[in-house]
Design a binder for this molecule. Structure first.
Ligand code: GUN
Length: 297
């Protein structure tokens, strides 16, 4: 298609962080409250360390207070739960983020359930998941919330449109399907979820007005698998070998960008599409939590 819109997630996330920064300054002036976000990092996974550093930088930019506790990979579940309990009752902390994955000997479900749903800015607690499904106000997980925000801010109508989600993870596939299914503005879509058990994923993707791909697999969707005019949201972040790059690899999504962009009316690039939105939505969730505490709710 000519004039395919390349959705600029970097610019949209920068605009959101700027809005949050202004709102946070106002909250401080009017109520003396500084949003506080606590990070727990267990072990020495370099990707997790880098994610937490980026989130700390975003806190600094938005004028939030942040506190990071690091524990060795040998930390016991009991130590982790004790840390969370302390943050749950700390009035200066409005959001708690336990960076995943956790070491194998720690039960992630137990850890997530220990976080107060009121401070669960990742939106992973079963209470928030349940509220999302039944349409009650809840913290939405940051990546799917970021996808909805990208669609809204790019002027892409979802009401009555056929959204096809490829992938059924708890972090992206399932929540984005539930978000876009809600009978609200920025949603109200007809949603299909397809996944690795489907015999032919193309059968479903070709029916999509809006295609959201979150499989973690390079080239999950190629040009022959979409219809003309489709809107494509690519959630993948994959490393592929590339000898022409100094570091020996480049980052690509789950969609064959060059092939699919020819047919799409709009598409997110990787990097610079969905990726930057996750942290922006984390800042938004944390601000909302602080604002709610200011209102005594
Ligand atoms: N690990 C990878 N993505 C995420 C995320 O969104 N939140 C947390 N807590 N851990 C992650």
């Amino acid at each position: 298609m000519q004039n395919t819109l390349i959705i600029d997630g970097k610019a949209i996330s920068a605009a959101i962080k700027e809005e949050v920064r202004e709102q946070a300054a106002e909250l401080k002036t009017q109520h003396g409250i500084v949003p506080g976000l606590a990070f727990l990092l267990v072990g020495e996974n370099p990707a997790s360390q880098s994610y937490v550093r980026s989130k700390e930088r975003a806190c600094e930019y938005c004028g939030f207070h942040s506190s990071t506790v690091t524990m060795p990979a040998s930390a016991s579940e009991r130590e982790i739960l004790a840390r969370i309990d302390a943050w749950n009752i700390d009035p200066d902390i409005h959001g708690i983020l336990v960076q995943l994955p956790l070491p194998d000997h720690v039960n992630e479900d137990c850890v997530i359930e220990a976080i107060s749903p009121r401070k669960d800015v990742d939106g992973f607690h079963p209470v928030n998941v349940g509220k999302l499904v039944i349409g009650q106000e809840a913290f939405l997980p940051c990546t799917p919330a970021g996808i909805q925000e990208l669609l809204i801010r790019s002027g892409i109508e979802t009401a009555g449109k056929h959204v096809v989600v490829v992938g059924r993870s708890n972090i992206v596939g399932k929540p984005i399907a539930n978000i876009l299914l809600q009978k609200t503005a920025g949603a109200n879509a007809v949603v299909t979820v397809t996944h690795s058990a489907a015999e032919d994923i193309g059968l479903y993707t070709r029916m999509a007005d809006i295609l959201i791909v979150a499989t973690g697999r390079v080239n999950t969707v190629t040009a022959g698998m979409v219809k003309d005019g489709v809107v494509v949201i690519d959630v993948g972040i994959n490393r592929v070998e590339d000898a022409s790059r100094e570091r020996g690899y480049r980052i690509v999504g789950d969609v064959d960008f060059e092939g699919v962009r020819e047919r799409a009316s709009a598409i997110t690039p990787v990097p610079g599409g969905v990726g930057p939105m996750t942290i922006a939505m984390l800042m938004k969730n944390t601000f909302r939590s602080a604002e709610r505490s200011a209102a005594g709710r």
